[in-house]
Design a binder for this molecule. Sequence first.
Ligand SMILES: *Cc1c(COP(=O)(O)O)cnc(C)c1O
Length: 469
Amino acid sequence: MEYISTRGSAPTLDFEGATLAGLASDGGLYLPREWPRFSEAEIRGMRGMPYPELAATIMRPFVAGSLTDDELDGLCHTVYGDFGHAAVAPLVQLNEQQWLLELFHGPTLAFKDVALQMLGRLFETFLERRDEQLKIVGATSGDTGSAAIRAVAGLDRVEIFMLHPKGKVSDVQRRQMTTVRAPNVHNLAIDGSFDDAQAHVKRMFRDSDVTGTLKLGAVNSINWARLMAQVVYYFYSALQLGGPDRKIAYSVPTGNFGDVFAGYVASRMGLPIERLIVATNVNDILHRAITDGDYSAGGVTPTITPSMDIQVSSNFERLLFDCGGRDGAALADQMHAFEASKAMRLTPAQAEGAASLFTSMRADQDDTTRALAWAHREAAQIIDPHTGVGLHGSLAAGEAGVVGKDVPIVTLATAHPAKFPDAVERAVGMRPALPQRCGDLFGREEHFTEIGGHYEASRDFVLQNATAA
Ligand SMILES: *Cc1c(COP(=O)(O)O)cnc(C)c1O
């Protein structure tokens, strides 16, 4: 499969190249040249497949030319044979129409493990083949950092430097990063906000002192391989609920538009999806874009769903490209104008394309808390606040008739409630316990380096501590 950039001028790459590159050199994002399609009969034939086997079946066309069938099967079995639930992504029924898809059975209790565990293995496979090393430099507000560190800890050819804003990530999230002991893992606590940490990382990618000596890689959801791995659980859940002979709707708690874009990809591949509900918190740029074509960024408001406190959703560019006729040059102009003014209007084609599959729902803190209480009262389920934003969207869509009564609505449960115990306790009066498999997270020793707030301090730490490439 060939991969092209949404901005039209970066070189076309194969799957291996797109995975190692992350962002395209023209500032765009990589997408497959065309969508592989499965017929209804082919999808029916996937019923009953165990998760690792289904994962290999869905990913095969995307990795063609870069991984043999045996290599892909091996990776899928290694990665998905090691989750905390044998089904990897089990469905839980809430009432006749409402379902939860639990995506938090990986090592760091958030859905990001499903894709990052795979990405770590892909890096190692491709680097081994090229006899190269890769340095991952990332910034995190919590979930991405912990999942990325667990995905690469102990690998030979990848080293990771993760910057987090000191004192601004939850205790569970910080400990999931700082208690990992591996020579290739470096945690940096910086004085400043998440945006400051992110700015240091972006600057390192442009700093020739860094890029001249180290090959840098990215693990955020601009990396196509992450989205590819997320397409699998849409198929997995739909097959269990009667697909492809019945349409399913999904509600997806959204920040960077990665997870819900994977649902769009599943639909383009032939999976009958009735609706994708883009569930946002009060940082609602996507809600405004989908309801009236206004894509304009304001300031970020902190919420009880920090992993969705985002104003500019990187992956939305992929949707605009695909719905807007795949015109890279036109999209590059549109995105440059947006980067300058922080505002733009969707073109009629983009707005129409988005409206044909997506509906959006916005949840404020009361809506979210009510959704947590509803799940507890009506279905004896304790859910995390991000999942609560999604469930609010599902319930609202059911009530508003956006989705018919006979269509199952699946809320993606993106984090385990024990990751956000304070907000859960406030909503349902109970403090969720960490699952057994997390062991004594609070007993283990933490390792991190405190760095001041200056860019130079972060950069020098990376340059001095990176093992020779
Ligand atoms: C990252 C994250 C999200 C948002 O996912 P996107 O792919 O960025 O839209 C939602 N919930 C949780 C718990 C997350 O960690």
